[in-house]
Design a protein around this ligand. Structure first.
Ligand code: SF4
Length: 148
């Protein structure tokens, strides 16, 4: 299994569920950093079956995430969207992809409220942090309605 391909798959399915990296990490008992490194393809998880179980068991999310159907990042390397320290060039590449994405506006709106890390909606984590301060918005854990 290729670490980049599998990491991309984890990121896509996590986003489709509307989960942050921290939320997935909490569900499977690992650190957010571990999820980030998997999604960036830095290394493969030791026990991928636990991740698969978590994603498979995910309840139906009723929130409207249809904008993710058109996300241009679905087929891109998640490493581009989660650049590490000193990898600002990669963040720029992700932002260029976002600018062409039909979902950029709902994605940005979502990310300002819910995503602390990575490039979302053509904004970096730092830019969204500034926006939250300016707009007096607190970073929130997403609220989901689950099917029974
Ligand atoms: S705006 Fe960027 S991060 Fe958001 S869905 Fe589109 S490509 Fe992905």
């Amino acid at each position: 299994m290729n670490a980049y391909t599998y990491g991309r798959s984890i990121a896509q399915r996590r986003k489709a569920m509307g989960w942050t990296q921290s939320q997935l990490a909490e569900k499977i008992g690992v650190s957010q950093r571990a999820v980030e490194t998997w999604e960036r393809g830095i290394h493969l998880p030791l026990l991928p079956e636990i991740i698969e179980e978590a994603l498979k068991m995910s309840p139906r999310v009723v929130n409207d995430f249809r904008w993710q159907d058109d996300a241009l990042c679905k087929d891109k390397d998640p490493d581009l969207f989660f650049p590490g320290p000193g990898e600002s060039t990669m963040g720029k590449e992700a932002k260029e992809i976002c600018k062409k994405c039909p979902s950029v506006e709902p994605c940005r709106e979502w990310a300002i409220k819910h995503e602390a890390l990575g490039v979302w909606g053509a904004t970096t984590a730092r830019e969204r942090s500034r926006l939250r301060s300016k707009l007096n918005i607190r970073l929130e854990t997403p609220q989901f309605c689950y099917a029974g």
